[in-house]
Every structure is written in structure tokens, then in C-alpha cells.
Design a protein around this ligand. Structure first.
Ligand code: ADP
Ligand code: MG
Length: 397
């Protein structure tokens, strides 16, 4: 026969709300028999309950349903008042099942009949386990909330830094750019050729830095000035983009096929920016044939799935995520001009509006840039016929 040593038993500190000393004894004995190392405070009035709960911390409360000067369920209110989560089990002589269910609804974790005390140990074990799990969950949630808050703060600091840096650096840089340009104009040919070359580098560097700062500023502005979203007809946004790009479209003989697009809830300027970056890229990274861009959208449940499909140089699969990072690009500026900010801006705009953006592509086989937007507006506005815009009719618009 094995003998369970007392020290291996689980300690259990109980508040017993009970006016019958012999019942209290039996309950404690039952718990000890079930393997608990019990210490108990026995009380029978509301003041005593309040006093004990104010001073001690209990693992469990066992409460008689009705006492001469107190109702066991009143202890639930006291727990709430004191913001305590101690589990309370009703231990009672007589209780019909409706009352028992009502008590559980009101906050008792369980109930045990005095003529069936064998259940008591099981109930207490379950209550302790539930409490432990609840506490663990609460702790995990608290940690998560803390991390989220920390992340939000550091993100906010970073954005603030990017904004201030790009904004405040513009002014001194304007001076550098203006004066190096002045130097170039006034002294070209008056010093030696090396000096001319150096001045040329300085002008180029300053101009390039201005362009970088402008893009960085544009990037950090998204989401800063809490813009109020309004219904934006994507069809007219595309028309605006095509007007902005008219010269490039004509120059490269681009064909744009635009299927009917939905109205979305967003900031109009950002929608134009988004499409313009994607269509601009489709033309910039063109292949040997004349560029063709197909724009479409279809509804998938709660969201619109947009597609900007080109016949350009394509993207190798290992770079599909990399290109959405700020300042990251796959070519030198000599091959293709640019700062590598466009797709980072697209990603920020889409994600700020609750969507996702990615690219399906293979090297040499064109690219299909896709992004989602929440479908919050019921109607599919602007159901126009498909229309084809060639460089010709664009410019004549
Ligand atoms: N339609 C496209 N076809 C092929 N490559 C693309 C396309 N769009 C973007 N890319 C690749 O992704 C990189 C990042 O794009 P982006 O952020 O717009 O910067 P940028 O246009 O200044 O290079 C580009 O440099 C290019 O390598
Ligand atoms: Mg670009």
C-alpha cells in the first residue's frame, strides 16, 4: 500500500461559508480525503465574508446556499465588488435544478449537493484547473497587448522620424542644390575640367537626394493625416492616371485594356497613386513588344481582387516579396530610373485600407500585380463596357 505523504498533497486554502460546524467538518474531511492539504476559514455572515476576502487570497470558496444571515450567492456580488476571480462552488442541502442553473448563470462555477459530497473533490479540481487556464489566458493576452502597444509605439516613432527627417532635411538640401547649381552655371569652363566634373557630381548628388527625400516623405505621409475615406470610382481614378501618363503611353505605344471596376471606399489621391505606380511600373519594366496592360477586378466574398497584368520583363520568384520593401529594386538606375519607393507606397496604401498586395510573375513572362480592397459598397458602380485606350485616343481626349 502506498502512503501519500502530506507534503505531496496540493495546498488548498478554502473560504467556507457555512453555519453548520459539522457540515464544515465533513466538507474539509472530504477534500483532505481527496488529496488536498486543506486550510480553511469558516464564516457565516456577509461582514465576515467581506473581511476575510479583504485580507486573504483563497483558492476556492465553498458556500452554503442559504444561511440564517446570508445567501451564498451574495458572495458572488462581494467577489465582483472586490474584482476577484476566486471560483465559488455552492454546497447545499436542498436546491432544485432550476435554482442551481440560475446560480451558475449568476456566477457560481458549480454546485454540489450535501448528500452527494463525493463530487466535491472533482468540482474543486475542475474549478482550480479552469481558474489556472483563465489566468494563463489573461496573462498571455496582457503580454500580447503589451507587445502590440510597444510595436505600435516604435512604429509610430519610426514614422515620425522618417517624416521629420525627410521634411526637415529638404530645406538645407534645397540650399545645397541651389548653390551647387549656381556654381555649375557661373564657373563652368572657368576652372579646370576636373573642377567641372566635381561640380557636376555635386549637382547630381543633391538632385538625387532631393528626389529620394521627396519619395520618403510621400511614403511617410500615408496614414499620417487621418484622411476620411470616400467612395472612389476606380474607373475614373484610372482615367486620371492615364491622363497623367499620357505622354509616356503615347511614346511607348501602350495598350491599356480596362474592364469595369468597382467603387471602393478610400482616399481618392491614394487610389490614383496606387494605380499610377503599378501602371507606371508596367510600362517602365516593359519587354521587347509594345507594352500591354490589362486592368480588372472581381469580387471574392467580402473583398475586391484587383489585377494589373502586364507583358513586361517579369520578376523572378525569389524577389516577389523583396520588391515591396522601401528602396529595394532589382536593377541599377542606369538600366531603369527610379528610387524603389513606388511598391512600398502601394503596399502601405493597400494595407492601410485593410487589403493585401502581391505579385504573380515569372521572369520574362509579364507580371500580374494583385491587391485586395474590402468590398464595403454594395453596388458595382460604373459598369461601363470594356474599353480599350490606345495612345492615339488618349491624347486626343
Ligand atoms: N511591372 C513590373 N515588372 C517587372 N518588374 C517590376 C515591375 N514592377 C516593379 N518591378 C520591380 O520591383 C522593383 C521595385 O519597384 P518600385 O518600388 O516601383 O521602384 P522603382 O519603380 O523606383 O524601381 C523595380 O525596381 C523592379 O525591379
Ligand atoms: Mg516604380
Amino acid at each position: 500500500m502506498t502512503h501519500k505523504s502530506r507534503t505531496s498533497n496540493k495546498r488548498l486554502h478554502v473560504l467556507l461559508i457555512e453555519d453548520e460546524p459539522s457540515d464544515a467538518e465533513i466538507e474539509i474531511a472530504e477534500l483532505r480525503h481527496g488529496g488536498f492539504d486543506v486550510t480553511a476559514d469558516v464564516v457565516e455572515t456577509g461582514d465576515q465574508v467581506r473581511g476575510r476576502l479583504g485580507k486573504n487570497s483563497y483558492d476556492v470558496i465553498l458556500a452554503d446556499y442559504s444561511l440564517p444571515n446570508f445567501r451564498g450567492m451574495d458572495a458572488v456580488d462581494i467577489l465582483r465588488e472586490k474584482n476577484l476571480n476566486t471560483p465559488l462552488i455552492l454546497v447545499t442541502g436542498a436546491l432544485n435544478s432550476e435554482t442551481a442553473v440560475e446560480c451558475v448563470k449568476q456566477g457560481a462555477v458549480d454546485y454540489v449537493m450535501k448528500d452527494n459530497l463525493a463530487r466535491l473533490v472533482l468540482c474543486v479540481r475542475r474549478a482550480l484547473e479552469d481558474t489556472r487556464l483563465r489566468q494563463e489566458r489573461a496573462r498571455a493576452q496582457e503580454q500580447l497587448a503589451h507587445k502590440v502597444e510597444e510595436l505600435a509605439r516604435s512604429n509610430c516613432d519610426l514614422e515620425q522620424f522618417a517624416y521629420v527627417a525627410s521634411h526637415d532635411l529638404q530645406e538645407p538640401l534645397r540650399m545645397v542644390a541651389a548653390y551647387t547649381q549656381l556654381l555649375a552655371e557661373r564657373y563652368r569652363g572657368k576652372l579646370d575640367t576636373t573642377a567641372d566634373r566635381y561640380i557636376g557630381y555635386a549637382v547630381e548628388g543633391a538632385t538625387r537626394m532631393q528626389a529620394l527625400l521627396e519619395d520618403l516623405l510621400a511614403f511617410s505621409r500615408i496614414g499620417r493625416n487621418g484622411v476620411t475615406p470616400t467612395p472612389v470610382d476606380s474607373n475614373t481614378a484610372i482615367e486620371e492616371v492615364l491622363r497623367n501618363l499620357a505622354i509616356t503611353l503615347k511614346e511607348h505605344n501602350v495598350t491599356i485594356t480596362c474592364n469595369p471596376l468597382p467603387t471602393i471606399l478610400a482616399d481618392r489621391f491614394q487610389v490614383v497613386q496606387l494605380f499610377q505606380n503599378l501602371i507606371g511600373n508596367a510600362i517602365k519594366f516593359r519587354g521587347r513588344q509594345a507594352p500591354s496592360v490589362i486592368i480588372s477586378a472581381e469580387q471574392h466574398g467580402e473583398e475586391w481582387l484587383f489585377s494589373i497584368f502586364d507583358n513586361g520583363i517579369g520578376i523572378a520568384s525569389e524577389h516577389k516579396e523583396f520588391i515591396f520593401k522601401i528602396f529595394q529594386r532589382l536593377h541599377t538606375r542606369a538600366e531603369y530610373p527610379g528610387n524603389g519607393v513606388g511598391l512600398a507606397i502601394c503596399k502601405k496604401i493597400v494595407e492601410h485600407n485593410g487589403g493585401r498586395i502581391w505579385v504573380d510573375s515569372e521572369l520574362g513572362r509579364g507580371s500580374n500585380f494583385r491587391f485586395t480592397f474590402p468590398a464595403v459598397l454594395a453596388d458595382k458602380a460604373g459598369k461601363k463596357e470594356d474599353y480599350e485606350l490606345s495612345a492615339e485616343n488618349l491624347v486626343s481626349r
